[in-house]
Design a protein around this ligand. Structure first.
Ligand code: PXP
Length: 250
């Protein structure tokens, strides 16, 4: 089985928006990523459009289609964004919580909160009814109670939030409790016949223990890849991830 690498290119757009120029190009970033081993491109269309713009969604999707790979559109459940998703027909959608003030997605969806659960349930229904064959992943904490609630929804995968794990790893702290939590979550997700994905905050080093333990079939990684690309070039960094992932393919 091939472990899938989703390259999140939001921060190419962050750099572009910082100056209001039309470079660096997200289309070129998608091409470089796909040519060097990415299995999909991930972009997050935020309500405040701080990085990815509506027109980027269409342009990047044309590229992923040309390479025969999926576009994974990360998004909140705001009705306007749901409508754009429907018009864009991505192959995958990852539903995430979204707050305007946050620097980045700060945690998984709180499905234990009734109003959040209903909002996500409605978004899943609407997206599934209007986008042919779309697959939905839910960005969640590795928490058994939240996972039980998630399995009541019409979705296909969980993307487990690895942000806290990644921070502990970078600080040299004990990551064992996270590996245990992820293993328990994986057991539940696989038993429910959903895909077990991961994302947030990961680096070439912090992804390795997760690969060693064979915890996830897909990883979505962005910030570190784009940051490291400043020194090594995007293609080289993506290729390093591809080579690492391939060491663990069975
Ligand atoms: N997965 C989800 C659901 C995210 O919100 C993000 C951040 O946009 C990522 C993966 C990628 O995280 P990072 O950019 O920290 O690698």
């Amino acid at each position: 089985m091939t472990i899938r690498l989703g390259v999140n290119i939001d921060h190419v757009a962050t750099l572009r928006q910082q100056r209001g120029e039309d470079y660096p190009s997200v289309v070129e970033a998608a091409v470089h990523s796909l040519q060097n081993g990415a299995d999909q491109i991930t972009i997050h269309l935020r309500e405040d459009r701080r990085h990815i713009q509506d027109t980027d969604v269409e342009a990047v999707h044309l590229v992923t289609k040309r390479y025969g790979k999926p576009l994974n559109l990360e998004m909140g459940s705001h009705p306007e964004i749901v409508e754009i998703a429907i018009a864009s027909n991505p192959e995958w959608i990852c539903l995430v919580p979204e707050k305007r003030q946050e620097k980045t997605t700060e945690g998984g969806l709180d499905l234990l909160d009734d109003s959040t659960f209903i909002r996500i349930e409605e978004a899943c229904q609407k997206l599934k009814a209007n986008i042919k064959d779309v697959k939905i992943s839910l960005f969640l904490e590795a928490n058994p109670k939240i996972l039980e609630k998630a399995f009541m929804l019409n979705a296909d995968a969980v993307e487990v939030h690895t942000g806290e794990y990644a921070k502990k790893f970078l600080n040299g702290e004990d990551i064992t409790p996270y590996l245990q939590k992820f293993a328990a979550a994986k057991e539940m997700i696989v038993a429910n016949k959903w895909g077990c994905h991961a994302g947030h905050g990961l680096t070439l080093e912090s992804v390795e223990p997760l690969l060693e333990k064979n915890l996830f079939v897909e990883y979505n990684i962005g910030h570190w890849i784009i940051a490291q690309a400043v020194f090594d070039g995007l293609g080289t960094v993506v290729k390093k991830f591809r080579d690492k992932f391939d060491q663990f393919n069975s």
